[in-house]
Design a protein around this ligand. Structure first.
Ligand SMILES: NC(=O)c1ccc[n+]([C@@H]2O[C@H](COP(=O)([O-])OP(=O)(O)OC[C@H]3O[C@@H](n4cnc5c(N)ncnc54)[C@H](O)[C@@H]3O)[C@@H](O)[C@H]2O)c1
Length: 365
């Protein structure tokens, strides 16, 4: 297959971790006979410095001509005092909106060799393997009117049927690729938008008889994420609930440096980025953990390009490197801290090894 990937490295550690992800994708291309064309564009603070715009037209054009977007991170103290239209995060919000990337997918999976970093007991955290599907382009963050005065403030929570239908369908489809269970999270005992949400989930489940469905109120879902997180497979929820629950879930694995994410639309086009930020405190030192960016690239292969075997190869390689006790500084418990490049070398070596052992296996069949 031949694919074009727009690489938006962004700020801080963004260039370091996306370069690692590109290296891994190049190995996948070589090993599986694909061609990936990587083309680079500016976003965030980098784009403000070069174009006086956090999302320049050149970047939009580049992404429109691509099959998927791989993004690093945006932001940093250099731009913190800028006026709101020249803030790096404006670029991120604008690109999600421009491409109608309505479904935010955040997998949270425990890594056995890192389970001691979880704030939860090992027995509670060790089986965690869930996918949070958050509606990203509607709800209270976008509803009008929205206004603030010293005496009163208004936010508006609106959801339309098509907005709910498409995110719920996405969750059902993802559940089919996983353990076949969807937990729909709402506040249907209070909110009208949640009542419509619940009604649509019940309508849609008729088309997915193989998927088990449960409804859960957001307050009890927040508790269950701590007391019994392994009970969840796919969680689907609206924008603000998803924002809060996905951050709560993200700490279960013990490190921000491990979590990938995707923001996709129905035709498979998507933007893939680590959950972490630009980590200005470690930027430019060559010590950033590239695991989340590499796993985001794996999500791109799986969800935008339909390359499930290739994605699984990357996930296995990352897991094996951790099992071998190889860590970057954020996770290392002793003095054996690998640099970003050294840790990426390990993943590349592991992928090469997988390929060699598979070839040997096939040559005996
Ligand atoms: N999606 C994004 O681009 C995004 C997300 C969150 C924050 N931000 C921006 O990033 C900047 C810094 O924000 P923050 O400090 O709150 O969050 P952060 O995620 O950048 O960093 C939090 C802490 O985790 C560490 N860390 C994060 N990722 C790491 C990695 N891959 N390897 C090693 N250590 C890592 C950092 O060194 C820091 O100590 C801010 O400007 C913020 O607005 C951007």
């Amino acid at each position: 297959m031949e694919k074009r990937v727009a690489v938006l490295q962004g700020d801080g550690i963004g260039p370091e971790v996306t370069s690692a992800a590109v290296r891994v994708l190049e190995v996948i291309a070589r090993r599986f006979n694909h061609t990936f064309h990587f083309e680079y564009g500016a976003i965030g603070g980098d784009a403000i410095d070069r174009y006086n715009n956090p999302l320049p037209a050149e970047t939009i054009a580049l992404c429109e001509a691509s099959d998927a977007i791989l993004l690093g991170a945006v932001g940093g103290p250099k731009w913190d005092q800028n006026p709101s239209e020249l803030r790096p995060e404006k670029g991120l919000l604008a690109i999600r909106k421009h491409f109608d990337l309505f479904a935010n997918l955040r997998p949270v999976k425990a890594v056995p060799s890192l389970i001691q970093a979880s704030p939860l007991k090992e027995s509670v955290a060790k089986e965690v393997d869930m996918m949070i599907v958050r509606e990203l382009t509607g709800g209270i963050y976008f509803g009008q009117p929205s206004r603030f005065t010293d005496e009163s403030a208004v936010d508006t929570l609106v959801y339309t049927r098509p907005e709910i239908e498409r995110i719920v369908e996405k969750a059902f489809e993802l559940a089919r690729l996983r353990r076949g269970k969807v937990t729909s999270v709402d506040k249907a005992n209070v909110l009208s938008s949640s009542k419509l949400w619940r009604q649509i989930v019940d309508e849609k489940k008729q088309g997915y008889p193989d998927v088990e469905v449960e409804h859960q109120l957001v307050d009890s879902a927040a508790m269950k994420l701590i007391t019994n997180p392994s009970a969840f497979d796919v969680i689907v929820t609206e924008n603000m609930f998803g924002d809060i629950l996905s951050d709560e879930a993200s700490v279960i694995t013990g490190s921000l440096g491990l979590l990938p994410s995707a923001s996709v639309r129905t035709d498979g086009f998507g933007l893939y980025e680590p959950v972490h930020g630009s980590a200005p405190d470690v930027a430019g030192k060559g010590v950033a953990n590239p695991a989340a960016a590499i796993l985001s690239a794996a999500m791109m292969l799986k969800y935008s390009f339909g390359m499930e075997t290739e994605a699984a190869a990357i996930e296995k390689a990352v897991e094996t490197v951790f099992e071998e006790g190889c860590f970057t500084a954020d996770l290392a418990v002793d003095d054996k801290k690998l640099s970003t490049a050294e840790w990426t070398d390990k993943v590349v070596d592991e992928l090469d090894l997988q390929f060699v052992s598979n070839s040997i296996m096939f040559s005996y069949v």
